[in-house]
Write a protein that binds this ligand. Structure first.
Ligand code: NIG
Ligand code: FE
Length: 408
């Protein structure tokens, strides 16, 4: 066996087993090899095992100095492309306004739509690039990015084109999603908007391969489940996967719709209840929780512990966006999931790797395994659990993608 590169001096080589949750297998298992090494060839993992068991040749060797190595993290939920800010909302909330009341009054998401649709492509890409760089420095090697601040069909296409350009500017893998975020403020305009999404925008996005999934925000201040179903079915008819923002504030049928259409994931779930944990268990739909939202908006944390105990498969994302989660670090999102949502450190790592991959429909990401792309992180210390323990300092020393060190 001949490797281009052999990484040695790994105190713990940590990965989750298997291809992610399937048919009810929930949190996966961690596999830890101590005093490990890793052979890499052509950007892929060639071999992993105990260092003393390596019997091949290596063109180059790097000793990481008794530090832990984990898979590249996957952020399965971001809105990294936006213009403007939401500092006025942030201040208004300290004097009693709520996220929902700001939205009802025409602010919140609607103010970000106004700022984003005014910005040029160049500005949007430059703004988003620095946010993606921050996520990468925090350990993300795969990042989902949603549209959703374009509002008109042309506006959403422009956002997806910006995301496509962004994908060419970072070594991380960008997974684009069309988000159908909020309805027109005049209720009589809603049916025509739904038809426009179904008949024009979704087919065009599919034809041009601008997104791999369609996401709909099901909420009192957004879409109802019936409208969302029309758009999600259209997504499926056009060969796209489906996701939902659901149960953020109210239970109005979003989660049940997600299960009915076989969505990749239902995201948020701060307001979900016991009968819903049970309904998710045993399905292939991932429960994606977003602790940054609970921290920033002061709303209840999604019941991560209870979801897992019931048998649901949980992923964690940053939900990076200006209104509900200005959180630029996937490792901090995992650290918060331990504190706020009751996950163990082990469950948090599974949630940020194999389960997050499943939430994006990716079967070959999130693991350190021979044959797969060599995407991994070198941590600053020898115990991998520091990844979800430290707060306010970068928990990641090096980020590697396709066998190349992209952050040192
Ligand atoms: O995931 N709640 C809906 N959408 C986003 C927030 C978008 C915003 O406030 O700009 C979310 O929380
Ligand atoms: Fe979101």
């Amino acid at each position: 066996m001949k490797a281009d590169l052999l990484i040695t001096g790994i105190s713990q080589l940590v990965t989750a087993e298997g291809p992610g949750p399937k048919h009810g297998r929930t949190m996966g298992e961690l596999k830890i090899i101590e005093r490990a090494a890793m052979g890499i060839s052509g950007g892929r993992l060639l071999w992993t095992g105990k260092e003393h068991e390596w019997a091949g040749e290596a063109v180059r060797r790097i000793d990481v100095g008794n530090c832990a190595v984990v898979p590249g993290l996957i952020d399965p939920h971001t809105h990294a492309v936006w213009a403007g800010d939401r500092l006025a909302d942030f201040e208004a909330r300290t004097s009693g306004a709520t996220y929902e009341s700001i939205l009802t009054a025409g602010g919140g998401i609607r103010s970000t739509i106004r700022a984003t649709t005014k910005a040029s492509r160049e500005e949007l890409v430059a703004l988003a690039k620095s946010r993606i760089d921050a996520l990468v420095r925090s350990g993300a090697t795969v990042i989902e990015v949603k549209s959703g601040y374009g509002f008109t069909a042309a506006g959403e296409i422009a956002m997806l084109e910006a995301i496509e350009e962004l994908a060419g500017l970072t070594p991380a893998r960008i997974v684009p999603t069309l988000l159908i975020h909020i309805p027109p403020s005049d209720p009589t305009d809603r049916p025509a908007y739904v038809s426009l999404m179904r008949d024009e925008l979704i087919p065009e996005v599919a034809r041009r391969k601008l997104a791999t999934a369609v996401d709909v925000f099901v909420e009192k201040e957004a879409w109802n489940a019936e409208e969302a179903e029309v758009m999600l079915r259209a997504a499926q008819e056009n060969g796209l996967r489906t996701k939902l923002h659901s149960e953020q504030f109210h239970r109005i049928g979003g989660l049940e719709l997600g299960l009915r259409v076989g969505a990749l994931s239902v995201d948020h779930l701060e307001a979900c209840g016991p009968e819903q944990y049970a309904a998710l268990a045993g399905t292939a739909t991932i429960a994606t929780i977003l602790p940054g939202v609970s921290l920033h908006l002061g709303i209840p944390a999604a019941p991560g512990r209870r979801l897992i105990d019931a048998g649901a498969a949980v992923a964690v994302g940053t939900d990076l966006n200006p209104g509900s989660s200005p959180l630029f670090s996937i490792s901090v999102a995992l650290a918060l999931a331990v504190r706020l949502n009751g996950l163990t450190a082990q469950e948090a790592l599974v949630a940020g790797t194999v389960n997050a991959a499943s939430a994006l429909g990716l079967v070959e990401s999130g693991r350190i395994e021979a044959g797969l792309q060599a995407d991994f992180l070198v941590l600053p210390g020898s115990d991998w659990r520091e990844l979800v323990y430290v707060l306010g300092t970068n928990a990641v020393r090096e980020v590697w993608v396709k066998g190349e060190r992209i952050v040192a």
